[in-house]
Design a protein around this ligand. Structure first.
Ligand code: FPP
Length: 253
């Protein structure tokens, strides 16, 4: 069956892959690390690495659609990233609008639904508006849900959820007796989503960097030294292949 994958014309696919749709993770979360180093190796400004990283985003979204992944969550800008130089912050926060202004029609025709996780109200207006527009335009889509994590920090998310929950407890909307993990999950940004099955981190570091700490409790991790701008469908499909071989026991035997 052929699909309308018009992203193809924007990328440079040299090989034809077999796209597995059996035992594919429902939810893949990615820490897209290594953009700065990719640029520095080429004596380019770090912002050039982020821009190149956006091309990888396009390839991986396309591959996720083909593999029938249900949720793809991309760590795009963390609450800690505000510590970076102003110019670099601006460069990163321009990318969502750039991405959506080019690809929103493709995303819509491929049934992709856009969502954001994080404190998007404190982002620059152009970033926030582009995201909100895309969320509204894709609300009815029920294919891949692309979660863009922007101004996201997991501890902040957990604290915020806790405050909301305590307010509901004080108002009598929730009782302590009925509070369980599922109920608490409903207060997180990821409410209604399955927890990630697979976490991919590129760029060689092996840490979580305040990403989805609650949601990754039983997630399989896959690390690669490949820098995000060099990450391709080949590595993505390799991660899926290795995921398929993992035995998930959730604490059982
Ligand atoms: C980490 O690499 C990467 C980021 C902080 C930004 C990632 C953002 C994108 C790839 C754009 C995504 C856009 C959309 C619309 C989803 P780093 O700079 O920390 O790399 P380094 O470790 O080599 O310095």
């Amino acid at each position: 069956m052929s699909m309308n994958i018009s992203f193809l014309k924007h990328t440079h696919l040299e090989e034809v892959f077999h796209y597995p749709i059996d035992n594919t993770p429902d939810h893949i979360a990615i820490i897209m690390d290594g953009n700065g180093r990719w640029a520095q190796k080429r004596r380019m400004p770090r912002a050039a690495g982020h821009k190149e990283g956006l091309s990888t985003v396009v390839k991986i979204v396309k591959a996720s659609v083909k593999c029938k992944v249900k949720f793809l969550t991309l760590y795009t800008f963390s609450t800690e990233n505000w510590k970076r130089p102003k110019g670099e912050i601006e460069a990163i926060l321009r990318l969502p609008k750039e991405f959506l202004s080019i690809y929103l029609p493709d995303l819509i025709s491929n049934n992709v639904r856009i969502e954001a996780i994080g404190d998007i109200e404190h982002l620059p207006v152009h970033t926030r508006e582009a995201i909100k527009y895309a969320i509204a335009r894709t609300r009815e889509n029920d294919g891949l849900q692309l979660n863009i994590a922007l101004n996201y920090g997991s501890r902040h998310e957990i604290l915020d959820s806790m405050k909301e929950l305590l307010t509901d407890i004080n108002n009598g909307k929730v009782s302590l007796e009925e509070l369980d993990e599922e109920r608490f999950s409903g207060y997180l940004y990821t409410t209604g989503m399955k927890d990630p099955d697979l976490l991919i981190r590129t760029g060689g570091e092996k840490r979580l960097s305040n990403f989805l700490l609650w949601q990754l409790a039983y997630t399989e991790f896959w690390f690669t030294d490949v820098l995000w701008p060099d990450f391709s469908e080949r590595e993505f499909l390799q991660a899926l292949k290795e995921f398929r071989q993992r035995k998930r026991r959730y604490g059982g035997v």
